[in-house]
Design a protein around this ligand. Structure first.
Ligand code: HEC
Ligand code: HEC
Ligand code: HEC
Ligand code: HEC
Ligand code: HEC
Ligand code: HEC
Ligand code: HEC
Ligand code: HEC
Length: 246
C-alpha cells in the first residue's frame, strides 16, 4: 500500500513518528533531570567568582593623572586616545608602590614603529612613516615628545610628505611644472593635511588650457580636446605626475 492514514504517503508518516518519539524523549528526560543540572545561575556565579579572583594588572587610564603631569600634556596632543598603559605596560603595581615598582618606558624606535611604520592596511590618513627613510638611527623621542606627539616643525616642501609623487614627477615630461600649477594648497594643509585639503583638478578643460590645439602656449604637445579620449577625464588614461604617451 502506497498511502496510509487520510491518504498521506507512508514515508511522511514514518518521519512524523520519528519526530514524535524525539519530542516525547526530550520532555521525559528534561523532566527527569535534577534541578541543579538546569540552573544557569550556578554557572554564572562560578564564572564571576573565577574572573573576580584574577589579579588586577591594569590601573586604568584615569589613575596616572593623579600623580603625573604627562596626563595633562597627552590630553591636548595627537596621542590623547592612547592610554598610558598602552605604552608603559600594565602598571597597577606601580600605582600601589610608585617608588619600588617602576613601569618600563618604550624608548626604542621599534616601539613607535609598531603603530606608525607604513602599512597600506592602516586607515586612510593615519600618520605613517617609513622607518628606513625617516631620520634613521636616531631615537624617535629625540624629536617627538611621546606625550605630546606632533611633527617638530612644519615642512616647507610638498616632497616632505609626498616624496613618491615628487620623485615620479621629477623624471617625467611634467618635471618643470610646479605642484601648485595644478593644485591649490592652503598653508594650513601643511599643518593639518587631513582637515585642510589641497584641491584636485576636476575637468578636462584644466589640462586643455596647455594641451588643447587651440591654445596659444607653444611648448606642450597638442591634442584636440573635443575628440581626444572624449568620454573620459584625462587622468583616467594619463597619470598626471608621469604622463606617458606610449
Ligand atoms: C600615587 C602616585 C602615582 C601614580 C598613581 C602613578 N605614578 Fe608613576 N610614578 C610615581 C612616582 C613617585 C614616580 C617616581 C619614582 C622615582 O623616580 O623614584 C613615578 C615614576 C613613573 C615612571 C618613570 C619610571 C622611571 O624609570 O623613571 C613612569 C613611566 C610612570 N611613573 C608611569 C605611570 C603610569 C603609566 C601610571 C598610571 C598607570 C602611573 N605612573 C601612576 C607616582 C605615581
Ligand atoms: C606613545 C607611548 C606613550 C604613552 C601613550 C605614554 N607614554 Fe610616558 N613615556 C613614553 C616614552 C617613550 C618615555 C621615555 C621618554 C624619555 O626618555 O625621554 C616615557 C616616559 C614617561 C615618564 C618618565 C618621564 C621622565 O622624564 O623620565 C613618565 C612619568 C611617564 N612617561 C608617564 C606617562 C603617563 C602618566 C602617561 C599617560 C598620561 C604616559 N606616560 C603615556 C611613552 C609613552
Ligand atoms: C598604540 C599605537 C601608537 C603608538 C605605540 C605610538 N603612536 Fe603615535 N599616534 C597614534 C595615534 C592613534 C595617533 C593619532 C593619529 C591621528 O589623529 O590622525 C598618533 C599620532 C602621532 C603623531 C602626530 C602625527 C600627525 O598627524 O602629525 C606623531 C608625530 C606620533 N604619533 C609619534 C609617535 C612616536 C614618536 C611614538 C613612540 C614614542 C608613537 N607615536 C607611538 C598611535 C600610536
Ligand atoms: C631628527 C628628528 C626626527 C626623528 C628622529 C624622527 N622624526 Fe618623525 N618627524 C620629524 C619631522 C621634521 C616631521 C615632519 C615631516 C617631515 O619633515 O618629514 C616628522 C613627522 C612625523 C610623523 C607625521 C607624518 C605624517 O604623515 O603626518 C610621524 C607619525 C612621525 N614623524 C613619527 C616618527 C617615528 C615613529 C620616529 C621613530 C621611528 C620618528 N618620527 C623619528 C622629525 C623626526
Ligand atoms: C605635512 C605633510 C604634508 C605636506 C607638507 C603636504 N601635504 Fe598634501 N597631503 C598630506 C596628507 C597626509 C594627505 C592625505 C590626506 C588623506 O588622504 O586623508 C595629503 C593629500 C594631498 C592631496 C590629495 C587631496 C585629496 O583630497 O585627496 C593633494 C592634491 C596634496 N596633498 C597636495 C599637496 C601639495 C601640492 C603640497 C605642497 C604645496 C602638499 N600637499 C604638502 C600631507 C602633506
Ligand atoms: C599636471 C598637473 C599636476 C601636477 C603638476 C601635479 N599634480 Fe598632483 N594630481 C593631479 C591630478 C589631475 C590628480 C588627480 C588624479 C586622480 O584623481 O587620479 C592629482 C592627484 C594628486 C594627489 C592625490 C593622490 C594621487 O596620487 O592621486 C596628490 C597627493 C598629489 N596629486 C600631489 C602632488 C604633488 C605633491 C605634486 C608636485 C610634486 C603634484 N601633485 C603635481 C595633477 C597634477
Ligand atoms: C601648465 C601647462 C600644463 C598643464 C596644465 C598640463 N600639462 Fe601636460 N605637459 C606640459 C608640458 C610643458 C609638457 C612637456 C612637453 C615636453 O616634454 O616637451 C607636458 C607633457 C604632457 C604629456 C606627454 C606628451 C608627450 O608627447 O610625451 C602628456 C600625456 C600630458 N602632458 C598630459 C597632461 C594631462 C593629462 C594634464 C592634466 C592633468 C596636463 N598634461 C596638464 C604642460 C602642461
Ligand atoms: C581614453 C584614453 C585617453 C584619454 C581620456 C586622454 N588621452 Fe591623451 N593620449 C591617449 C593615448 C593612447 C595617446 C597616444 C596616442 C595618440 O597620440 O593618440 C595620447 C596622447 C596624448 C598626448 C600626446 C600627443 C602628442 O602628439 O605627442 C597629449 C598631450 C595628451 N594625450 C593629452 C591629453 C589630455 C590633455 C587629455 C584630456 C583632455 C587626454 N590626453 C585624454 C589616451 C588618452
Amino acid at each position: 500500500m502506497a498511502n496510509g492514514l487520510r491518504g498521506l504517503p507512508d514515508s511522511f508518516l514514518r518521519v512524523l513518528v520519528v519526530f514524535l518519539v524525539l519530542i516525547v524523549a526530550v520532555i521525559v528526560i528534561g523532566g527527569a533531570l535534577p534541578t541543579e543540572f538546569k540552573d544557569h545561575s550556578r554557572h554564572v556565579q562560578a564564572t564571576i567568582a573565577r574572573e573576580a579572583a584574577l589579579p588586577i594588572r591594569f590601573a586604568g587610564s584615569t589613575e596616572c593623572g593623579t600623580c603625573h603631569d604627562e596626563a595633562r600634556l597627552k590630553q591636548i596632543g595627537y596621542h590623547r586616545n592612547l592610554s598610558c598603559e598602552t605604552c608603559h605596560g600594565a602598571a597597577k603595581a606601580h600605582t600601589e608602590n610608585p617608588v619600588e615598582v617602576k613601569p618600563a618606558a618604550p624608548r626604542k624606535r621599534e616601539s613607535c614603529a609598531t603603530c606608525h611604520h607604513f602599512d597600506p592596511s592602516r586607515p586612510t590618513g593615519f600618520a605613517q612613516i617609513n622607518p628606513v627613510m625617516h631620520f634613521p638611527r636616531q631615537a624617535c623621542i629625540s624629536c617627538h615628545d611621546p606625550h605630546q606627539a606632533q611633527p617638530p616643525s612644519v615642512p616647507e616642501e610638498c616632497s616632505a610628505c609626498h616624496a613618491e609623487i615628487a620623485r615620479t614627477k621629477a623624471v617625467s615630461p611634467h618635471a618643470l611644472l610646479e605642484c601648485t600649477e595644478c593644485h591649490t594648497v592652503p598653508a594650513e594643509h601643511k599643518v593639518a593635511p587631513r582637515i585642510t585639503r589641497a584641491s584636485i583638478p576636476t575637468e578636462r578643460g584644466f589640462c586643455g588650457k596647455c594641451h588643447d590645439k587651440d591654445t596659444a602656449t607653444l611648448q606642450p604637445p597638442k591634442i584636440d580636446i573635443n575628440t581626444h579620449g572624449e568620454k573620459y577625464l584625462c587622468w583616467q588614461c594619463h597619470y598626471p605626475h608621469m604622463p606617458e604617451v606610449r
